[in-house]
Design a binder for this molecule. Structure first.
Ligand code: EZ4
Ligand code: CO
Length: 402
C-alpha cells in the first residue's frame, strides 16, 4: 500500500488549522494535525515543499521508518515547525493503519488502560467572583478538574482571561497585541483566588493553574508554597523551561506538583526534567512533539520516573490532534489528565469526529483509525486569516516571557 497523494489543507473556521491528508493506493486515507499557533503557514510550507514530495511512493505501513526518515534524514533536527510536520505525517499513518486493521488506534497501542479520559476545562474571568460562577458551570457539566485563571488587580490584561464565558482564544490579532505584567501583583493575588475557590467548592475538585512561564525559579517556589494549602493538581509552566536544571530550585521548596511541556518538541526538551524527577506531569502534545510515535516514547520515559501525562489540548490544537491524544491517553499506563478546551461549532463542522464528552470524561471514537475526518468542502469556505499570539512586557516596558 503506497502513498499516492498528500494534501496540505489550511482552513480558518474561527481560527487557523493546518491538516495533512495522506492518500494511499488502496484508497484508504489518513489525517494528521500540523497546526502551530501563529506560525501556521511555516508548517504548511515545510510540508508541501519538503515533506510531501518525499512521501509519494513510500509504503504507508512503515510508520517508524517514515518517522526516522523525516527526523534523522532532515539533518536540521527538532524545532516546532519541523516536529509539527513530522507529527502530521505520523498521525495520518496511524490513522491509516487503524483503518486498514479495522481497529481504533488505541487498540493498536495496547488497548484500553482505563474507562475514560479525565479532562479539565478552563475557568477564566476578570474577577474572583466571576471565576467562581464559571467554575460552577463546569462542575454542573460534570467536570472533575478545572484550571483557574483570573485578572490581576492593577493589571489591565492578564493571560488566560478571554472576552467570552467558557471560551478563550489567545491569538487575537494579525500582529501581536501587548500585555502588561507585574510579578509582585500576581504573587499577592493568586493565593487569595484559590482560598475562595476551596471555600466554595470543597477539598476534592481538582484545581490547576497556569503560570505561563512568567516567574523565576525562586518566585515559582514562593507561589508553589503559598498554594500548598489549596492542594492543586498542578502548577503549570512556572518558569521558561530551556534551563531544565532551573526546576531543581522549585522542587526543593514546594510540594505543589509541577506540569510543563506544551511548547516541547522532542524527548530532549524534557529528558532531565523527567529523569531527575523535577516535574510531575509532562504536557507535550501529539501535534507539537512528533506525533503518536514520539509522544509515546516521551510518556514511556516518564513512566519510569513517576511522571504522568497531561497533554496540552487548547483550541489551537485541532480535533484531529485531540482524537489522536485520546487514543494515547486511553492506552498508556501513566495517564494523568487531559486538557480540553471546546472547539467552536464551525470547527466541529470542518472536523467531524466521534469522540465525545460525558460526565467529566472524554471517550475516543470506536471507529477504525482515529475516528476524525476533515470535510474539505466545508474547510474551503474558511480562508486563512493571519493571527498572532500576544507579547508581554513588564510595567517599565521590558519584554517579558509570554
Ligand atoms: O496559551 O495554546 O495550557 N494552555 C495554554 C494555551 C496556550 C495556547 C498557545 O497557542 O497555555 O492556552
Ligand atoms: Co498552558
Amino acid at each position: 500500500m503506497k502513498i499516492v497523494d498528500a494534501r496540505v489543507i489550511v482552513t480558518c473556521p474561527d481560527r487557523n488549522f493546518v491538516t495533512l491528508k495522506i492518500i494511499t493506493s488502496s484508497g484508504v486515507y489518513g489525517v494528521g494535525d500540523a497546526t502551530l499557533n501563529g506560525r501556521e503557514l511555516s508548517v504548511a510550507a515545510y510540508l508541501s515543499e519538503h515533506v510531501v514530495p518525499a512521501l509519494i511512493g513510500r509504503d504507508a505501513s512503515r510508520i517508524e521508518d517514515t518517522w526516522q526518515y523525516l527526523y534523522r534524514g532532515a539533518y536540521w533536527r527538532r524545532g516546532p515547525v519541523t516536529m509539527s510536520a513530522v507529527a502530521a505525517v505520523d498521525t495520518a499513518l496511524w490513522d491509516i493503519k487503524g483503518k486498514v486493521a479495522g481497529l481504533p488506534v488505541y487498540q493498536l497501542l495496547g488497548g484500553r488502560s482505563r474507562e475514560g479520559v479525565t479532562v479539565y476545562g478552563h475557568a477564566n474571568a476578570a474577577s474572583t467572583d466571576e471565576v467562581l460562577s464559571e467554575i460552577a458551570d463546569y462542575v454542573e457539566l460534570g467536570y472533575k478538574a478545572v484550571r483557574v485563571q483570573t485578572g490581576v488587580p492593577g493589571l489591565e490584561s492578564t493571560y488566560g482571561v478571554g472576552k467570552d464565558r467558557m471560551f478563550y482564544e489567545p491569538a487575537d490579532a494579525a500582529l501581536p497585541t501587548e500585555n502588561a505584567w507585574s510579578t509582585a501583583h500576581y504573587l499577592e493575588h493568586v493565593p487569595t483566588v484559590f482560598a475562595r475557590v476551596r471555600e466554595e467548592f470543597g477539598p476534592t475538585l481538582r484545581l490547576l493553574h497556569d503560570v505561563h512561564h512568567r516567574l523565576t525559579p525562586i518566585e515559582a517556589a514562593r507561589l508553589g508554597k503559598s498554594l500548598e494549602p489549596y492542594h492543586l493538581t498542578w502548577m503549570e509552566d512556572p518558569v521558561p523551561a530551556e534551563l531544565q536544571e532551573g526546576f531543581r530550585l522549585i522542587r526543593q521548596h514546594t510540594t505543589t506538583p509541577i506540569a510543563v511541556g506544551e511548547v516541547f518538541n522532542t524527548i530532549w526538551d524534557c529528558r532531565q526534567l523527567i529523569t531527575e524527577q523535577l516535574i510531575d506531569y509532562v504536557r507535550a502534545t501529539v501535534v507539537h512533539a512528533g506525533g503518536i510515535t514520539h509522544l509515546r516514547r516521551i510518556f514511556d520515559l516518564a513512566a519510569l520516573h513517576h511522571v504522568r501525562s497531561g497533554s496540552h489540548g487548547a483550541t489551537d490544537l485541532s480535533p484531529v490532534c485531540m482524537a489522536a491524544a485520546l487514543h494515547l491517553d486511553l492506552a498508556i499506563p501513566n495517564f494523568g489528565l487531559q486538557e480540553y478546551m471546546r472547539h467552536t461549532p464551525a470547527t466541529d463542522a470542518v472536523f467531524p469526529h466521534g469522540y465525545h464528552f460525558a460526565d467529566g470524561y472524554l471517550h475516543p471514537s470506536e471507529e477504525p483509525g482515529l475516528g476524525v475526518d476533515i470535510d474539505e468542502e466545508e474547510a474551503a469556505r474558511y480562508p486563512y486569516r493571519p493571527a498572532s499570539l500576544p507579547v508581554n512586557r513588564l510595567q517599565d516596558g521590558t519584554m517579558h516571557d509570554w
